[in-house]
Design a protein around this ligand. Structure first.
Ligand code: PLP
Length: 338
């Protein structure tokens, strides 16, 4: 087998969040995939239904209506955007346009697993930048840059911790990384964040030749199943992604639903408020039980357990499953609830 084939075989298969608990007669409370508990905007559902009646037609390959809607709502230039079959597909396409076998790709410690899968599939060497205090860290990333570095992927907020790189640090990062290295700012949870020192990085994607911001409709907008993401970048990058993507990568039902969803600003605000209330209640409650919980700003939180019998992560998982609640266990004795 080729070296690439061998490297691909070393990847652990993607593990989807569990979706059934002990009691199959009742719908479980599924916390394992950071999905929206409130579903999509009613306007998005209406738009999806209307689009379905035209399902015999190929979708608009230029994605124009969705790009215009995003552009209007976020005050961004639609010509600097491309949409993908989830932001996950955009990570794949961006990796393909910039990484060659043997190149190094720096991934932050708690980044999206698909970023690693796409980089390995492209034959890259993965370099991990530690996250001191579980937070994406500019110095850790900068110290990992070598002559072979071609791409850096930073998830901020990260997953499954929910912590972000402060604005000033992000500025220093993008201003220090040489322009021949592509920086992908994975801002899947940006829609939830209200902290004044958070920056999803749109201004850098607009002004720098090597910065891309990726966003998704899977989380706050509750459209995970329809698979829609978008990215913002210099036109040269967008053009290359457009040349290699499949022409109908986002289907017409998804395009229509996402355009209606992004325009429904009140619904988005409602979800944001609901999420903030949940975080404000759940995190102090878990801390009150003696668990360490980092201050997540996303729509999930991570709780650390000790090995004390009866109080371990495995015990907690068992208990939650017996109550029809599905958490997501992580490697380090923590249970991540989305
Ligand atoms: C959920 C998530 C995404 C978005 O994935 P989609 O393909 O858009 O559904 C991206 N990055 C991180 C860190 C995520 O957790």
């Amino acid at each position: 087998m080729s070296r690439r084939g061998e490297q691909i075989s070393t990847l652990a298969p993607y593990k989807q969040g569990q979706s059934t608990a002990g009691d199959t007669s009742k719908a479980p409370i599924k916390l394992s995939s950071n999905e929206s508990p409130l579903g999509p905007s009613p306007r998005a559902m209406e738009a999806a239904k209307a689009a379905l009646s035209e399902a015999c037609r190929y979708p608009d390959g230029s994605q124009k209506a969705l790009r215009s809607a995003i552009g209007e709502v976020f005050s961004l230039d639609p010509d600097m955007m491309v949409c993908g079959n989830g932001s996950e597909e955009l990570l794949l396409l961006l990796t393909r346009i910039c990484v060659e076998p043997g190149d190094e790709v720096i991934l932050t410690e708690h980044c999206f697993i698909m970023a690693k899968i796409h980089a390995v599939a492209q034959g890259a060497q993965i370099v991990t930048a530690e996250e001191p205090g579980y937070r994406p860290n500019a110095d850790a990333i900068l110290s990992r840059i070598t002559d072979r570095t071609r791409m850096i992927v930073v998830a901020s907020p990260n997953n499954p911790v929910g912590l972000y790189m402060p604005k000033d640090e992000l500025k220093r990062l993008v201003e220090t990384v040489p322009e021949h290295i592509l920086i992908i700012l994975d801002a899947a949870y940006a829609d939830f964040v209200t902290k004044p020192d958070y920056d999803a990085g749109a201004q850098y994607a607009l002004t720098r030749p090597n910065v891309v911001m990726t966003r998704t409709f899977s989380k706050l907008y509750g459209l995970a199943s329809l698979r829609v993401g978008w990215c913002l970048a210099a036109r040269a990058i967008i053009e290359r992604v457009n040349r290699i993507r499949t022409p109908f990568n986002v289907n017409s039902v998804a395009l229509a639903a996402a355009a209606a969803a992004v325009r429904d600003i009140d619904w988005a605000e409602r979800i944001r408020t609901h999420n903030q209330r949940a975080l404000d209640h759940i995190i102090p409650t878990l801390r009150g039980l003696g668990l360490a919980v980092p201050p997540s700003v996303a729509n999930f939180y991570l709780a650390f357990f000790t090995n004390e019998p009866g109080r371990s992560a495995a015990d907690a998982e068992k208990f939650l499953l017996s109550h029809n609640i599905i958490p997501r266990p992580t490697a380090s004795g923590a249970v991540s609830n989305a």
